[in-house]
Design a binder for this molecule. Structure first.
Ligand code: NI
Length: 169
């Protein structure tokens, strides 16, 4: 089911999410909804709290991004094990329709997470997938991409976002 994506400044986007204890039918259903919602919105990543579920789950599918090798992942209770390098990229966010912000991220991350079967897996992500992962990981920690830029840039981005929201209203 395609669910509604919460928009900034919804409080759930600023609230750190909780770990998943048991991967049951409900969680599998949620993950299915997350993929459907992400594809519907033409995104490449989505965090559970963006559709109102404050849980540490993210989905990623980089296949719409032609330059990057296609990668489809479900990460439950993800953790960063190792980071390396830096990369700047102009990011968008489904919770900030129309806004893009240039953010600095690690260029490579090694992460571990549970998959839908509850098995712990390790992933080495580099370049675009690493950027998407860090963006979604921030969501799970109650952080959004505008928190990753300095005060002035953040204010400009928020002003622009406010204008975009007004145009749509
Ligand atoms: Ni986002």
């Amino acid at each position: 089911m395609v669910r509604q994506i919460l928009r900034f400044p919804h409080p759930l986007l600023k609230t750190p999410t909780k770990r998943v204890d048991v991967i049951d039918r409900e969680i599998r259903e949620l993950v299915k909804d997350m993929f459907e919602t992400m594809y519907h919105a033409e995104g490449v990543g989505l965090a559970a709290n963006q559709i109102g579920e404050s849980l540490r789950i993210m989905v990623i599918d980089t296949s719409p991004k032609k330059e990057a090798p296609p990668l489809k992942l479900v990460l439950i209770n993800p953790e960063v094990i190792q980071t390396e390098g830096s990369i700047r990229y102009r990011e968008g966010c489904l919770s900030f329709p129309g806004l893009t912000v240039e953010v600095e991220r690690f260029s490579k991350v090694v992460v571990k997470a549970l998959d839908l079967e509850g098995e712990e897996k390790e992933y080495e992500l580099e370049g675009f997938p690493a950027i998407v992962f860090q963006h979604e990981m921030d969501h799970l920690d109650g952080i959004t991409f505008i928190d990753r830029v300095n005060g002035l840039k953040k204010r400009l981005a928020l002003d622009k976002y406010a204008k975009l929201q007004k145009q749509k209203a």
